[in-house]
Design a protein around this ligand. Structure first.
Ligand code: ATP
Ligand code: MG
Length: 158
């Protein structure tokens, strides 16, 4: 169905911001207008929930999580950045594989199965988008994904 991605994304962020138990600042850099795209809301909710849960799980106390949506030609680029411990360069692609978890000892403590990002990759792919990670060890991680966007299709709605 057609959804304004910005208000959809804001609602998910709101839900995490209202229930967070640790001192972590949320920062939003989103277009201040509606951006209509065709998505499966339940599936994308699951994807975004996992990325935000990871960002919070691996964030230090007092850290900042930044949410961005960038308009490209025929895509939107969504990113979620944290200031956590980061992911080593050689594992940046592996974290999207099933059951893969960086450093068993450190992640066992924090819980999880290692499926979240594999599911996210499958679902973003099913939407015609891509997902990838950027990270600097010790500084933080950014998870980015794209979704197809048709500016002309959207004009028909207004
Ligand atoms: P699940 O999501 O199934 O509960 P999980 O969070 O461990 O478990 P994924 O979401 O697939 O699994 O993430 C895979 C691994 O990638 C994590 O175990 C962690 O090692 C690493 N990772 C993911 N996001 C981050 C992040 N924001 N910062 C640091 N490491 C991360
Ligand atoms: Mg996860």
């Amino acid at each position: 169905t057609w959804v304004d991605f910005i208000s959809f994304f804001n609602h998910i962020i709101d839900r995490f911001e209202m229930t967070k138990e640790r001192h972590i600042t949320f920062k939003r850099e989103l277009p201040n207008r509606a951006v209509f795209i065709k998505i499966d809301e339940d599936k994308l909710t699951q994807v975004i929930d996992n990325i935000i849960s990871n960002a919070l799980k691996y964030s230090p106390e007092g850290g900042c999580v930044t949410f961005r949506v960038k308009m490209l030609n025929d895509q939107i680029e969504v990113s979620i950045s944290d200031q956590g411990l980061g992911i080593p360069k050689e594992n940046l692609e592996k974290v999207f594989e099933r059951f893969y978890r960086v450093d068993k000892a450190r992640t066992r403590r924090l819980g999880g199965t290692g499926l979240g990002l594999a599911i996210a990759k499958e679902m973003i792919g099913a939407h015609g988008g891509d997902i990838w990670a950027r990270s600097v060890e010790g500084k933080g991680t950014t998870i980015l994904f794209t979704l197809p966007y048709d500016p002309e299709q959207e004009d028909d709605w207004s």
